[in-house]
Structures are given as C-alpha cells and as structure tokens.
Ligand binder design. Structure first.
Ligand code: MCN
Ligand code: CUM
Length: 777
C-alpha cells in the first residue's frame, strides 16, 4: 500500500511548525555564546530594547524571576535555559529577543552587549577528569570535578576469570565520534498563551507531545488541561526532537511576557551547534576467545562525553541500549561493561540519532571487535560470526546482562546475506585484485537490537513507565478514527497504523483516519523514539481493534438474534456458524450500534474502545549486512560498490515502508562511517556548523541497496511485529568500516576510527591514524 500521507507531502501541502501563522504573531531569535567556556560579567540589553520593532528582550534574569532560568533534563540534570553565570558551550543560549518580524529579531541580537571573561575550556573528554581540569558545572552544589556518573552491568569477577584463562585476548580502543541527526526541518515552536483563558498552546517539533506537555506542566505548575502541545507534520526527527530545548521555553516565556503568540525557528547552524548530538563514546573493548575462534567473553570500558549538561533523553539513567546488546548476537559465557560519563564544554545531549539509547555504539563496538579478532586469528570474519551466533533453539535467550532476546534465527539470516552478496566469489575476486595491487574490501556485520521501550523492569521516563494508549472509534457509517500517543516524523504512521486496524476489522485503510501529535485529541503516551511505535503503539492498536471486534460481536448477536458463541469472524464480518449467508458486516454493525437497536443488558451503544499497552518485553529485531568497497590507494577515497542488507523485524505491516526505513538507515550508516563528524578545535569552537563542513551522504555516495528479509515473529507482540526504524543506522556503520579495514589489510591496518574520510584512510594506510573528533593540526 502506498503512503496515505504522501498525497499531501508530495504536493507540498504538509503543515510544519513554520507554516503555522497566527494573528498578531511575533518572532523570536536566540543570542548564542561565541565562547565554549566563559564567565558572563554583564549583559546590556538597552540598545536592543530601544529597537523600534523589538517587543521584549529576555535574559536569564527575566527567567529567574519566573523561576525558569534552569530546566530539568530527562536524565535528572538541570540545564540553563538562558545562561546567567557562565556559558558552557559555544552556541549556548544567552538571550532571547522578541520582535515584530524575524529580521528585526535577528538584527536586535547584534545590539545586545555581553561582556564575557573567557575561561579555559574542556574539549577532550579524556582530559575532563584530570586533577587540574577546569570545573564546568560549578553551578551544581559541591561539584569539584567533571564526573557525571559511573554505571556498570554484568558480572565483573566472572568475566575477569574467563579472560584470565582465555587462550586469546584481543583488545581495541575505538571512538564512535560525535554526530548529529541533522533532520531536514530544524527545531522550532509557536507558543500562544491566551491571556483570557490561561490556556497555553504550543505548536512544536516534538517526537513526544505528551512527554513535553507533562514536562511543561511539572515545570510551570500548570495543569495539563491548560497546556496543549501540537506536533504537526515533522520534517524528520531521528531523535533530534525528543528533548526540550531552551528555544521552546523562550517562545513560551516570550508569549507570556508580550501577550502575543511567539514563533521561534532555528536556522541550520543553530541546529547543528546546539541541539542534541549523538554518540561521542570512547570505547575500550576486549574480547576473549579460544584459538579456534569460540568467543568466550566481552569486557568494555567506556568514557562518555555528555557535553555541558547531561541532556540524555532516554528512559533510564544508564545507557540501556548499550547494556542490553553489547554482547551482540553471540553465545558467550560472560560479559561486563562500565560507562563513565563526563562533562565537557560542548553542546549537551548524549543519545539521539537513530540509536535506541546507545545500541548503535554497542553494535559498532562488538562488530568491530569481532572483526579485529578475525584479523588476529587470521579467520574469515563471516565464518567467525557463523560459528558464534546464537542458535534458534536458544530463544528466548537470557543474555549475560539480564535481557531476554525474544526470538531469532540468526544463522539463516546471515546465510541469506552472504548468498545474496555472493560472498565466496567476492573473496576470490578480492584475492585476485590484491595480487594486482588493488584495494577491495568486504565487510560483514550482524546486529541485534532491543527496541520498544518498554517494560517496567527496564524502562521509565519521568516516573511514568512507558505504556502508550490507543483509542479507536468506528463511526455510524463504518469509517473509523484511531487516536495515538506516538508521533510520526516521516515513518508513515498514518498508513501503517491504519493497516493494522484494517487487518483486524476488515475496514479499508483509506476509511481509517489516524490522529496523532495533538495532546488535546489523543490518549497519553510517551511518544516516538527507540523504534517503539510499532512494538508499543502498534500492539495497542491491534488490541484496541480486537476489543472493538468483540464489541461488534455482541451487537451482531443482537442483530442476528443468536448467542455470541454461535458467531464466527471472517475479515470484515460476523456470521452464524455453519450459515455463512447469515452475517453482518462491520459497517452494518457500526450503524446498528449507534441506532436504537435493543442491545443486550450491560452492553453500551456505539462502537469504540481504548487500550493502554504496557509491553511485557522489548522486541529484538536483527539483521545481517554485507558491504563491498573499492579503495583508491593513492587518494584514500572509498567507493561503496555494493551493499546487501537482510533485516528481520518480525511480521512486516507495510513492506515498502520497511524498505524505505532500511534505505534511509543504510545511507545514515555510510554517512557516519565515511564522512559525518562533529569536530571541535582546542578552544572548543564547533567546526561543523553547516552542511559544507558537516557532510551528509547523498545518492552519489550510496550504492543501489540490495535488500533481503527473513521473518521471525515476536512471540509477545499481538501481531508479531518488531521495530525497524533504527535497524539500518545501527547495523550499517560497522559493515562499512569493516569493509574499508578489510581493504586496508595488505597494509597491516587493524583499526581506524570513523569517519573514514579519504585523509583518514590514506593516513591509516601510512601507519598514522588520527583522531577525528578534534581538529587536525
Ligand atoms: N513497520 C512495519 N513493520 C514492522 C516494523 C515497522 O511496517 N515490522 C513500519 C511502522 O509501522 C512505521 C515504520 O515502519 O510506519 C517505523 O516503525 P518503528 O520501527 O516502530 O519505528 P517508529 O515508528 O517508532 O519510528 C522511530 C524510529 C526512530 S527512533 C528514528 S530515530 C527514526 C526512524 O524511526 N527517525 C526517522 N525512522 C525515521 N524515518 C523518517 N522518515 N524520519 C525520521 O525522523
Ligand atoms: Cu535514538 S534516535 Mo530515535 O530513538 O528517536
């Protein structure tokens, strides 16, 4: 089925936040810090206030008067909305101007005079814990260093024991550099505080409208019914739109102060510099095995750079995704991981970008480690994986760190990917090409994800658990409306969720309207991220449709004057067992349910139901990827020649949409592996403020993807579906990097960090790998 939403998107009729225009609306702009670390001596706003078109200038002091200078982050830290004491990263919000138009607001920013006293910044996470490192968060009481947290998982003693007795121990340091989701639409909001009713309406770029409303309610002390969060069409989120940014809060305050609606729309540089980044994980990985390649244990130490505020948006304080799957898809005896978080003078964040709460880092780590082990053992990396993959009869699999992988048939999926890629022939070709002095590489990666946050055992956001609601109402004519707590940013929910109802009730998907992204119109729930919409709200949708089907059965029994037990369902109708002609369609039943038909005692009229789905477990999609590259030995240029991806996300609701999700994620992976990085110079200057510096992959760098699929249903999901929205982003970077390093094998290169730009590849081949997260000097 084609996407229902495309009728408006392809004609340019989507409604994005910047399309919202209200009578009397004013425009806001944010003044940002030019320094990574500096004391604010004074802020003089008088000249800006005197600008004829300026209506208000808001500083941290204004906010302090409203008790809003600091806001809580989703991970229990606090973040300055507008800096008062110090600025802590370049691009940090310092003041907010509200003016009659966007140009005047921007012009007036130049009139604000801020006196800064530069301080030494902490740019390199590895130096953040040094004795003499400047303390970034001196706003926090008693804080004398830049340490945020230590988290660990697994059995340290048992793991150490296995390592001590192992025949082979392979070690590798690797960096997953800081990257940014860079959605096509930047962030923004239009806030409208109605001075008469006291109701605040916020049109905003959010993946989680209800979570935002709850946060506003908690912070502002307003009741939920006085806050309406509307997330209209979203031009890509990729995790960038989970958290709350100071600009959103400023537009709200701007509306309160001026009594008018206030729009704030970020520009590209602001988005790249100051909103949630991802990764920035310095990983020390170790893998223990036997001489013939049986993997025994994995041990990891991570240093996590969280920037100036711990703005991690994830449903646990610890890196849940990393802890869930860093042992990969392999049958091992023991595992241990520890993660230390530190503050640096960089933009806050720490998770988002198709990551499932750091599963991306975990998969990259384990899949690189396995390849390094193959290198050390001189084994074929595909064979090494095949030898260690979990077997189908081991599911449900209890991982060594306490997670239950729900279902899988890993060897079948890897075999399919190798066959599709013609793996054996590729290896023969490679041998010939190597003899001729050419560099060709074949990279294999296998991944398991844990998506669908989530079960109370693991997950919780704002103390709210992670259940999501769905409401389904069938109208008298048999058309239906489905209301959801999740919010699509391009994933096609209006289509796929209608398809779920259609499948359960036999109503055409075109007759099912999916409503989302408006807290006044939808049930409560935690929103779209961590590929949770299908695992959680997809389940809620199937359950709510089944409830409606049961209600319809009672109505049909009254219409047909038989006992409900004598009725049988076939798609779209209930009929009398043994008498298929005696039946009522769901449309007839809907009309009758709304009419004066005598319904049995205790049965309510109309045809609707609600469901709040509390998932019993996460879903564990998986896949096998094979990437083939040609590398130019003279220039270090990498060409991705072929890419095969076999994904298993259980039952597919809409195969075309799933393939689209995979294509997008594969492009992401090529981008991260070969070109994307948020680098900084030693003063903490951000070096990726535009798409001239922060490179995104285009069709020129991407091959024609070749996809395959296997289907292993999730046993606990009502329709057997698993999430897929992040799978390819998670699985593909390792495949590309493994391919490039495989190409460089003749040079004896064991590892080089992403992004593998021509310079990085060439230098690695010369035996001089360099760091990608700091400016190359
Ligand atoms: N689907 C399906 N069958 C399955 C699984 C999924 O047909 N077995 C469909 C779903 O119904 C949905 C889509 O595929 O229409 C993605 O579903 P799911 O895996 O549940 O992921 P979410 O809908 O929760 O989307 C979130 C995920 C995340 S976390 C990021 S980040 C990301 C991604 O989706 N951001 C995206 N894909 C994106 N795609 C677009 N176009 N834009 C983004 O911002
Ligand atoms: Cu981790 S990015 Mo998505 O979960 O919105």
């Amino acid at each position: 089925m084609h996407r229902k939403e495309d009728a408006r998107f392809l004609r340019g009729h989507g409604t994005y936040v910047d399309d919202v225009t209200l009578p009397g609306m004013l425009h806001g702009a944010v003044l940002r810090s030019p320094y990574a670390h500096a004391k604010i001596v004074s802020i003089d706003t008088s000249a800006a206030e005197a600008h004829p078109k300026v209506r208000a200038v808001i500083t941290g002091e204004t906010l302090a008067g409203l008790n809003l200078a600091w806001m809580p982050t989703l991970s229990g830290d606090v973040q300055a909305v507008l800096a008062t004491d110090k600025v802590r990263f370049q691009g940090q919000e310092v003041a907010f101007v509200v003016a009659e138009d966007r140009y005047s607001a921007r012009d007036a920013l130049e009139l604000i005079d801020v006196d800064y006293e530069a301080l030494e910044p902490v740019v390199d996470a590895r130096k953040a814990l040094d004795e003499d490192a400047p303390v970034i968060r001196d706003d926090l009481e008693g804080r004398t260093d830049n340490h945020i947290f230590d988290w660990e998982t697994g059995d340290a003693a048992r793991t150490d024991e296995v390592f001590a007795n192992a025949e082979v121990v392979t070690t590798q340091d690797m960096l997953y550099p800081r990257v940014h989701p860079a959605p096509l639409e930047t962030c923004g909001s239009v806030a409208d505080m109605d001075p008469i009713t006291g109701k605040l309406t916020i049109w905003t770029t959010t993946q989680a409208p209800h979570a935002h409303r709850t946060l506003y309610a908690l912070v502002a002390g307003l009741p939920e019914h006085k806050i309406r969060v509307i997330s209209p069409d979203i031009g890509g989120g990729f995790g960038n739109k989970v958290g709350i940014y100071p600009g959103y809060v400023c537009s709200v305050v701007g509306s309160i102060v001026t009594g008018k609606p206030v729009k704030w729309i970020e520009d590209r540089s602001e988005n790249l510099m100051s909103t949630s980044f991802a990764r920035d994980y310095h990983m020390h990985g170790e893998i223990a095995s036997t001489k013939d390649g049986k993997i025994l244990a994995i041990r990891v130490k991570v240093l996590a750079d969280h920037g100036a505020f711990n703005g991690t948006a994830q449903p646990t304080k610890y890196p849940a995704g990393f802890f869930g799957v860093f042992t990969g898809s392999y049958d091992i005896e023991a595992a241990h991981a520890s993660v230390t978080g530190v503050y640096t003078n960089k933009a806050p964040g720490g998770v988002a970008y198709a990551c499932s709460f750091r599963i991306t880092e975990a998969v990259y780590l384990v899949e690189r480690l396995v390849d390094v082990l193959a290198y050390d053992l001189d084994m074929d990396p595909a064979q090494l994986r095949m030898k260690n993959l979990l077997k189908p009869d081991q599911f449900p699999y209890q991982s060594k760190t306490g997670w239950e992988y729900d279902s899988g048939d890993y060897p079948r999926t890897l075999r399919m990917a190798l066959d599709l890629a013609h793996y054996d022939e590729l290896r023969m070709e490679q041998a010939k090409r190597r003899d001729a002095g050419e560099l060709m590489g074949i990279g294999v990666a296998f991944f398991t994800e844990a998506v669908g946050a989530g079960p109370r055992k693991h997950m919780d956001i704002l103390g709210l658990g992670m259940a999501d609601g769905a409401e389904l109402r069938v109208h008298p004519t048999g058309k239906a409306v489905l209301r959801l707590s999740v919010q699509s940013q391009g994933q096609g929910h209006e289509t796929t969720f209608a398809q779920i109802v259609a499948e359960e009730l036999g109503i055409s998907p075109d007759d099912i309207d999916v409503v989302h992204g408006d807290t006044d119109q939808t049930p409560f729930g935690l929103g779209t991220y961590g590929s949770r919409s299908t695992p959680v709200s997809g389940a809620a949708t199937a359950v709510v449709a089944r409830k409606v089907r049961e209600r319809a059965k009672i109505v049909a029994s009254a219409m047909l004057e038989v006992s409900p037990d004598d009725l049988e369902w076939e798609k779209g109708r209930w009929f009398v067992k043994g008498d298929p002609a005696a039946g009522k369609s769901i449309q007839d039943i809907a009309m009758a349910a709304h009419s004066s038909l005598e319904l049995p005692e205790g049965v309510e009229g109309q045809l609707d139901a609600t469901c709040v789905y509390n998932p019993p477990n996460l879903t564990y999609p998986f896949g096998a990827y094979v990437c083939v590259v040609d590398v130019d030995a003279e220039t270090g240029q990498v060409k991705v020649r072929d890419f095969v991806a076999v994904d298993d996300c259980g039952v597919r609701i809409n195969p075309m949409i799933v393939e689209g999700q995979v294509h997008g994620g594969l492009a992401d992976g090529v981008g991260m592996a070969l070109m994307q990085v948020m680098a900084f110079d030693e003063d903490g200057n951000h070096l990726g403020g535009s798409f001239m510096d922060y490179l995104l992959p285009t069709s020129m760098e991407c091959p024609s993807w070749r996809l395959g699929e296997t289907v292993t249903p999730s046993p606990h999901h009502p329709i057997g579906a698993k999430g897929v929205g992040e799978s390819a982003t998670v699985g593909s970077p390792a495949a590309v990097v493994n391919a490039v390093l495989d190409a460089l094998k003749p040079y004896g290169v064991r590892h080089a960090d992403m992004p593998l730009t021509p310079a990085a590849v060439w230098s690695a081949a010369q035996g001089r790998p360099f760091r990608t997260d700091l400016a190359i000097t």
